[in-house]
Write a new protein. Structure first.
Length: 220
């Protein structure tokens, strides 16, 4: 919904009729009015952040669901299926290898001085093809286990986020498992996947976000 999806599919039918399924549906129904209101606000705005490149029919290899976990590091992602030539910054995983012209495109992107975040598996396959030691390039140690990214310390997160958020003139300080969504008009959403409430700092202003909850601000 925060990515602008027009529809949501509940999966799977059998599970929705057994175990925790009925309680899940009951909880969803109670939140539908709020979800629809948020959806209306999202559709009025342009999302900004790091381009998250996933070409059609691309395979995750050992980086299954890597976009989910990178988003939970507090990096605002903008999904795209075409190479993000004009994006201010980009995140690239092994999915990008589906693009047969990746080498010249990514080389140009890096030479433009834009912040680049690569997964270690992608970097390994590009080492002999692209110069990756530029100061604007970071390699993310996924190590074949995207969920392990949720073990990053606050210091690691601060060092990771700062250069990637600089082109969109944003700063964010937060513990792990807190997602950030930014919009062109200055609106934002902060989503907390932790069980406990957290205090975060967005653009040098503190915000308290409840456990398993979110906080948002929409510009009129």
């Amino acid at each position: 919904m925060l990515a602008g999806a027009r529809e949501s599919l509940l999966f799977c039918y059998g599970g929705l009729h057994s175990s925790t399924g009925p309680k899940d549906i009951e909880a969803l129904r109670a939140n539908i009015p709020e979800l629809l209101e948020v959806a209306k606000e999202v559709l009025r705005r342009e999302v900004i952040g790091l381009a998250a490149y996933k070409p059609p029919n691309s395979h995750p290899e050992k980086e299954k669901r890597v976009f989910d976990f990178v988003g939970m590091l507090g990096l605002p992602l903008v999904p795209c299926h075409e190479f993000p030539t004009n994006a201010p910054a980009g995140f690239f995983s092994v999915h990008a290898l589906k693009d047969s012209d990746l080498t010249p495109k990514l080389t140009a992107f890096i030479k433009a001085g834009k912040p680049v975040l690569l997964t270690d598996a992608l970097a390994q396959q590009l080492t002999s093809r692209i110069k990756l030691d530029a100061p604007n390039v970071q390699v993310l140690p996924v190590k074949g286990d995207p969920k392990s990214l949720l073990q990053f310390t606050p210091k690691q997160l601060d060092e990771l986020r700062a250069p990637l958020l600089r082109p969109i003139q944003a700063s964010f300080v937060a513990p792990n498992q807190v997602a950030l969504y930014l919009f062109r008009d200055g609106s934002w959403v902060i989503e907390n996947f932790n069980d406990e409430a957290v205090t975060v700092e967005l653009n040098h202003k503190q915000q308290m976000v409840p456990g398993r909850g979110w906080k948002m601000r929409w510009q009129e």
